[in-house]
Design a protein around this ligand. Structure first.
Ligand code: GAL
Length: 812
């Protein structure tokens, strides 16, 4: 960002640390992040101003009260038949919502001070999500309430706010049987206060679209809603370098809306490869006096969905190489953290992923900002339930009263993000059955269209036969199929749209670094250790293997892409071990709960990342006790063929071929006999030329701890994180892939130990305690900055191991 832009943003948003802020600017946005008091349990009087909260816990927001555990089998234990999974008989599901203590009621209280508050100012209290059923009180009076824990919402609190000290109190309640995954608990997204003039731009009042784009020129349409009499609006567009590229003054207001068309010459279009962003500055005047100023980032880009042609971005047909993500951030729980989100996207970018689906709810603003900046297309979803329940206390309780409000807020708050290319009104809603459901699908889609005529709407459908019959599938802008690869052809014939989206695909299960024998395809396979095999051949009764989707993506031009379930493991839903305590997090992830890539990462990377080389060998080669036994070797690579050597002996050349989906996308040597030593692979290009090689070796005993951070310098903002990968190696520096040593972590200096995670879905060790066992030789430690810049030292110790030391630093 250059100097002009920096100045510009500085004058727009003043984030002052502490509880005091002043009003010299026309608009002040103050994040209420520090100095919160928190207590779980009933405190029915806690909304009152004089309530004594001095003994309550001090917390900062975003906050997830449940992530600190302990894991407990009894929490939200659900004795149900999961109909979506084809179950007919109820059974006890222990880890379904993560087994962390998220059930119950809690209060948050925050005291903040407004100096010299002028009467007549408008004050907005904005919540970016509160889990769940929040009730908001200001200065002892009820402000309002919301229901859905994933919604963004705000209240005008101008009448309740006062000069001097104000007391904000928020009650949140999580009933049991309300979710199918770990929902988190509390004020897990930002809370802010916006102070502006009576004459001002409405909350989420700007809507920017780019209805015409050519090489020479883009038409930028800006609709701006405002309040106040005799207002005039100047909109100025800046390019990414901060240079002004267009400006226009509007004096005509229709209702409360200005509409302007600005011309940007030689526009640079937004795409995943070149995520170029413009900024529109909206200034509201009464006469000469500036009354409000808001800046909105946007992109110039064109999206189209056409029969037989599919999806195109800026005129270029392309497919979604997408992943579904739940909102939890593994060891951080659901407390949103931009640095953690950025790491996820960095890992996904390297895999070649170009799209994200926020399953099955509204994404965080932080995630959308990052997708705009880093170049990911986004499918923004809203609901997992409509009026018919999947879980007893799910969204079905609120659908009638809230669905329209929730959709309106989703669209208004996020519609200027160029990354969003599609909305989803629902995921596998049981309303796919019956006439009412067809009406609801249309009703919701119409609301999306009314609020945003520029993007299509999908629903992730699993009842494909039913929606083909009922008309449900035909009325959607984009028919999305969840799994059901065998029905794609038929659905495409029956549906009128002329294309199909794999709105949710694969649900292959695996545990990082764990391999099972014999190596064979299996559905709902279970083992005594509650792990799934990383040969990537295990799936669920309703799902399939990655290769089955690749075939459709590659062979059917009318399939417009896929969103794999899921990019990362998440808390809860430990299929195929839903009934097996202590399994408490998922096995679906391409990377594990710690963000460490499983083998599957390289399978997707070999196909999706078309720029970089992928040459990955599995399994590991430490099989004491398997000497002489058949131990298949797979190679995931972008190359066409390769030769494998065990201790220098050739195991022959394998070449990708179409005999089976797996043979088309993986190189597999099924008859390798295990002997310790070296596995080496040499890859060939299409002409048979040797182009790359890789080897892995049998490791000796764990000897030394090795630390490798994703970032050596972090920001001294009290929020930034460095993810340090911790592993152990033998005397020769070879990774020990089966090590399970118990390690201890110590952080000194200007950083704090935040959490650790090893990706083991059955581990009951708590993330925030400074000790953890390695899982398959690895784990990740998260170091958080403080507000003071300086050095940070991490030391990791383990019995009988040479310790690991690492120096990091933080800067302003
Ligand atoms: C889908 C569902 C997801 C998840 C997944 C597991 O049917 O939409 O939320 O449950 O199955 O395979």
């Amino acid at each position: 960002m250059n100097h002009i832009m920096k100045q510009f943003f500085k004058t727009l948003f003043i984030f002052l640390i502490g509880t005091q802020f002043s009003f010299s600017q026309v608009r002040v946005v103050k994040e209420l992040d520090t100095d919160w008091k928190f207590q779980k349990n009933k405190n029915e009087q806690a909304f009152q101003i004089n309530f004594d909260d001095s003994k309550w816990e001090n917390v900062s927001v975003p906050h997830d009260w449940a992530i600190y555990g302990p894991f407990d089998k009894e929490v939200d234990k659900q004795t149900v038949a999961i109909v979506q999974n084809g179950e007919e008989v109820a059974s006890e599901k222990t880890g379904r919502t993560g087994s962390l203590p998220h059930i119950g009621t809690a209060w948050y209280r925050n005291k903040f001070t407004l100096p010299q508050f002028e009467k007549g100012k408008k004050v907005i209290l904005l919540f970016e999500g509160a889990m769940s059923e929040p009730q908001i009180y200001l200065n002892g009076k009820k402000v309002g309430e919301w229901a859905y824990g994933y919604s963004y919402f705000y209240f005008d609190v101008s009448d309740l706010i006062k000069e001097g000290e104000n007391t904000l109190a928020v009650k949140v309640s999580n009933p049991a049987f309300a979710s199918r995954w770990y929902p988190g608990a509390g004020l897990y997204r930002k809370v802010s206060l916006i102070v502006k003039n009576k004459e001002s731009i409405n909350q989420w009042g700007t809507f920017i679209t780019t209805p015409f784009i050519s090489r020479e020129v883009a038409k930028v349409n800006v609709k701006t809603k405002s309040s106040g009499e005799n207002v005039q609006l100047i909109t100025t567009i800046y390019n990414a370098e901060g240079k002004e590229v267009a400006t226009e003054k509007a004096t005509e207001v229709f209702g409360n809306e200005f509409e302007q068309n600005l011309k940007v010459s030689n526009p640079i279009v937004w795409s995943p490869e070149n995520p170029y962003l413009y900024t529109a500055k909206s200034q509201l005047f009464v006469g000469e006096a500036l009354k409000d100023e808001v800046s909105t980032r946007f992109g110039i880009r064109d999206i189209k969905y056409e029969p037989n042609k599919g999806f195109s971005l800026n005129g270029e047909v392309r497919k979604f190489k997408g992943v579904c993500l739940h909102h939890d951030l593994g060891p951080l729980g659901t407390a949103v953290n931009k640095s953690a989100l950025r790491r996820q996207l960095t890992i996904l970018k390297d895999m070649g992923c170009n799209a994200i689906r926020s399953s099955h709810n509204m994404p965080s603003f932080e995630q959308l900002e990052l997708c705009d900046e880093m170049g990911f297309m986004f499918l923004a979803e809203s609901f997992d339930e409509w009026a018919k329940p999947k879980v007893e206390n799910g969204y079905n309780r609120f659908f009638e009263e809230y669905a329209e409000k929730d959709v309106v807020n989703l669209v208004h708050a996020t519609r200027n993000h160029p990354s969003i290319v599609m909305w989803s009104s629902g995921n596998e809603v049981p309303d796919q059955w019956g006439e009412e459901g067809v009406k609801r699908a249309k009703w919701l889609q119409d609301i999306f269209h009314r609020e945003d005529p520029t993007r299509p709407v999908t629903v992730g459908m699993d009842q494909v036969k039913a929606v083909m019959e009922s008309g449900f599938g035909a009325l959607l802008d984009v028919p999305g199929l969840n799994y059901r690869v065998h029905l794609y052809e038929e659905a495409n014939k029956k549906f009128p749209q002329g294309f199909i989206l794999g709105s949710e695909t694969a649900s292959t299960v695996s545990s990082r670094g764990i391999y099972k024998f014999p190596v064979q395809q299996a559905s709902m396979k279970q083992y005594d250790d509650f792990q799934s095999s990383s040969y990537d051949l295990e799936y669920c009764s309703w799902s399939n293997l990655p290769d089955d989707d690749f075939v459709l993506q590659d062979d059917k031009p009318w399939v417009i892409g896929e969103f794999v379930w899921t990019g990362f493991d998440y808390l809860g839903e430990p299929t195929p071990y839903d009934e097996s305590w202590p399994s408490r997090s998922s096995y679906f992830g391409i990377s594990d709960l710690a963000g460490l890539p499983k083998d599957r990462f390289y399978l997707y990377r070999s196909r999706w990342n078309t720029k970089d080389e992928t040459l990955h060998i599995l399994p590991h080669w430490n099989w004491k006790g398997r000497e002489g036994e058949t131990t298949p070797v797979f190679v995931y690579t972008n190359y066409d063929s390769a030769e494998l050597f065990v201790n220098g002996k050739s195991m022959g050349i394998q070449k990708k071929n179409s005999s089976t989906p797996q043979n088309r996308y993986r190189l597999m040597w099924m008859d390798v006999t295990y002997e310790p030593g070296t596995l080496k692979v040499i890859a060939f290009d299409k002409e048979g030329k040797q182009v790359a090689e890789k080897e892995i070796r049998t490791a000796g005993k764990p000897y030394k701890i090795v630390l490798s951070p994703d970032k050596k310098i972090i920001k001294a903002d009290g929020k930034d994180l460095s993810y340090v990968e911790v592993s152990v190696v033998d005397k020769n520096g070879i990774l020990c892939p089966t090590a399970t040593n118990q390690l201890k972590f110590r952080v000194k200096g200007n950083g704090t130990y935040r959490a650790a995670c090893n990706g083991d879905a059955t581990s009951l060790e708590l993330f925030h305690l400074p000790t953890m066992k390695l899982f398959s030789g690895k784990l990740v430690v998260l170091i958080q900055s403080t507000n003071t810049a300086g050095n940070i030292e991490l030391s990791v110790t383990g019995k009988g191991l040479k310790r690991g030391d690492l120096n990091l630093s933080s800067s302003n």
